[in-house]
Design a protein around this ligand. Sequence first.
Ligand code: ATP
Length: 378
Amino acid sequence: MDDLAEQTPSVAGFRSAEPGGGIEIAGVSKVFGSGPASVTALDAVSLKIRPNEFFTLLGPSGCGKTTLLRLIAGFEQPSDGRIRLGGEDIAHLAPNHRPVNTVFQSYALFPHMSVARNIAFGLEMLKRPKAEIDRTVTEMLALVRMEHLAARRTDQISGGQQQRVALARALAPHPKVLLLDEPLSALDYKLRKEMQVELKRLQHETGITFVFVTHDQEEALTMSDRLAVMSEGRILQVGPPREIYHHPRERFVADFIGDTNFLEADVLSAEGARARVALSCGGAVEAQVPPSVRPAGRVTAAVRPEHARLTPPGDGVFDGSVEGLTFFGTDTLCRLTLDDGASFTARIQNSVPDEGTAEPGTRVGIALAPGAVQILKD
Ligand code: ATP
């Protein structure tokens, strides 16, 4: 704790009373309803969220993100499995007795109350002494930079300011864990970007463990220390953003995060984390192998568009024909058809002004950056 306190700068005197809690989710399932109409929202999910980390649950609508958050908060009970916070099983604790607070998509502020009263409300419910409440409200207003609007009603402030009040209110009881369920989705693009930076700052400065839910992959990549990619009630992969982006283990993860080309290949040889494969579109390359996968026979490999480069025909790994170009300013997307009929997209950096890319109809070679080919789990 002392180490953490030293590493964690204090903002207006605010610092989490204790380090943010680590969360252990062990074999947790959640089934809604019974019989043929039942829905398995979570299917034997196991996950360790470290103390003080900014952890994101990422996945498409309906994959179980909110259900997992609601189980941690105590709004739902698991059908099976255990949830521990700071090593302690929290099954017996009602939501208001868990050292956890939640920021919802709809901020649910009291519109007729001032910003300061909204922040104080939860502490009043907890029957904290008046002097402590006043001190905490002052700290929270400074933390979210809203001192000048303390007396303003919350129906008379902007959406971004309302979001700050909701955050201040959730942080006021000094929870060990803050759960954030798509808290930025109601904001416009620019404000959303600002609040992303703000959330990162708040997490860093308070030392509280943040569990953030989003279906926006860019948001997950830019904000998280680590993230879990979810699909159909299961966790497919957990890791830091760079690892998930550069080394997706499954097709779903590669497809859901960023743009990806999928190439069919035959394994020529494999040892540990490396394999040599013959691509169906032509050429043989070194490929990376995910942990615990032993590739053999026909496999699918993923290649990010920005890891491909156009060359004269015959000078790359394989050849193709340019089908179309889309200019994006910083780069140009080049859509190609390869010799086995597969589609392929290369993202070409426009690093020299006015330098064109190969025209549609021309034949080109495609070179790949070292480490660009990633074999996926079946
Ligand atoms: P979204 O991004 O749309 O909020 P999500 O990933 O958070 O989706 P959940 O809300 O956790 O997904 O839902 C997971 C599955 O469980 C979905 O099929 C959903 O319809 C179902 N579900 C969630 N809550 C209930 C409930 N109270 N009763 C029945 N089914 C539910």
